[in-house]
Design a protein around this ligand. Structure first.
Ligand SMILES: C[S@@+](CC[C@H](N)C(=O)[O-])C[C@H]1O[C@@H](n2cnc3c(N)ncnc32)[C@H](O)[C@@H]1O
Length: 429
């Protein structure tokens, strides 16, 4: 694992500026020239951009883009050769099919995730003689209620948002009624408790468990979390490490840009390696899903970059990323986009919009293929996502191993197209 971590860090180091850059500054800071290697720029200028997308989307080979091909293959190889990911089949041999009846309550994506994660949790629980499970950040309680109704585990779902915990109680009542009809189960399960609390690494989970289930003798439990966003994943690891009663951990994280603790392991800390928010944001994107959708033109990104040019030309203004707001992405036309973007700023009056000026700007950039340049840049940069995610999660596994938990695994639990955050960390005491 050390060697793999080391290789990932060594590979990423020269690209840190590239992966940390802000897409809104694509034109104003000339990011294409700054970060795309010259030999790749040259072959694209010579041979056009359109076919280059097919290398990424359709895995096609073209002799005319040898440098781009080498670059993309190198990224793929680095990921493959330094992966610690193991197949879920090591843990889920005779996987249960998706429970059709639950489909009335969950989206296809959620049922895919819940089915696999619950199955895995149940198997590990049986193995470790565990009857109590804490589902941290349980949201609407999909996983919790499934674990309690289908697998008869006692589940404590904790979420910081009371709207989630009360929402999940109502859902549970509906589900219980439905479940009773399906299974002829005369006993309505009382084995799922919802609790509202903002969890940190020092939350006393065993105390909450004992209180909620009114059982003072609970002395072993499992800690699971499905899409524990940002810091909650790191805190889950700490809770597992520091609580002797917690016998296994099964965690799928998300929203890496929101986390405060990276790196976690002493090994990576000692390399003085860090990833800024933007780079961690890339890890929260999904190259598999983007490629699957083959959505070439990310128009809102193009409009945002152009809007930055407009503001800079007209006012010498540089708006930081995240200031324009998502609602602008709904506009299909650049002029409406700019109007809506300016509406977010009290200080700028949208009467400054001169349609001809904006249309000239748009035409100039489209004629030069600057829109395609931006899309391709975005896709090339996104190729790093799986490497960055792998590094973040390998660092977490390393942290668990450094703390003495050698039975720590990173597994591919979900289908990455259905569920982009598809990797789970399992650690067993
Ligand atoms: C991405 S949602 C996942 C919800 C649910 N596990 C699911 O898969 O549908 C993350 C949830 O974690 C909760 N959350 C985030 N930080 C938390 C914290 N520190 N303590 C408790 N809940 C937290 C949020 O309120 C949210 O409901």
């Amino acid at each position: 694992m050390l060697l793999k971590l080391n290789n990932l860090i060594k590979f990423l180091n020269p690209y840190l500026e590239f992966i940390n850059c802000h897409m809104v500054e694509f034109y104003t800071n000339n990011l294409w020239d700054k970060y795309i290697p010259k030999n790749i720029q040259n072959e694209l200028t010579e041979n056009g951009f359109e076919d280059a997308f097919n290398i990424i989307y359709k895995d096609k080979n073209y002799d005319k883009y040898p440098n781009l091909t080498v670059f993309l293959n190198e990224i793929k190889n680095i990921r493959e050769n330094n992966s610690i990911i193991v197949s879920k089949d090591n843990f889920l041999k005779d996987e249960k099919p998706v429970d059709e009846d639950f489909k009335h309550f969950m989206s296809d994506k959620k049922i895919h995730e819940v089915n696999k994660m619950a199955d895995l949790t149940y198997k590990l629980s049986k193995n470790k003689n565990i009857e109590y499970v804490v589902d941290i950040g349980d949201g609407k309680g999909y996983l919790s209620s499934y674990l309690s109704l289908k697998y008869k585990l006692n589940v404590l779902g904790i979420d910081s948002q009371s709207i989630n915990t009360t929402g999940s109680s109502k859902r549970l009542q509906k589900l219980q009624k439905y479940w009773k009809g399906l299974t002829n189960d005369s006993i309505i399960s009382n084995s799922y408790k919802q609790f509202t609390k903002y969890v940190t690494s020092s939350t006393n989970l065993i105390e909450i468990l004992q209180n909620e289930f009114n059982q003072s003798n609970i002395d072993r439990f499992a800690l699971v979390g499905l899409h524990t966003c940002g810091q909650l994943a790191c805190d889950s690891l700490d809770l597992f490490v520091n609580d002797a009663n917690c016998k296994f951990l099964c965690n799928v994280g998300c929203c890496y840009h929101l986390l405060k603790t990276f790196p976690m392991s002493d090994y990576v800390k000692n390399q003085n390696f860090n990833l800024d928010r933007n780079a961690r944001m890339i890890a929260s994107q999904s190259i598999d899903r983007t490629v699957n959708q083959q959505k070439i033109n990310n128009q809102s990104l193009f409009y945002r970059g152009l809007f930055q040019v407009f503001l800079q030309n007209k006012y010498g203004l540089n708006l930081p990323e995240g200031q324009v707001g998502r609602k602008c992405s709904k506009h299909n036309n650049f002029i409406d986009y700019c109007r809506s973007a300016l509406n977010n700023y009290q200080s700028i009056n949208d009467s400054i919009i001169v349609e001809n000026e904006l249309n000239d700007l748009l035409n100039k950039y489209q004629e030069n293929n600057d829109d395609l340049k931006l899309y391709l840049f975005y896709l090339i940069r996104m190729q790093f996502s799986s490497i960055i995610e792998l590094l973040i999660l390998t660092d977490r596994c390393m942290y668990l191993i450094e703390n003495g938990f050698n039975q720590t695994y990173l597994i591919q639990l979900f289908n990455s197209v259905i569920s982009p955050r598809h990797l789970a960390i399992i650690s067993i005491k």
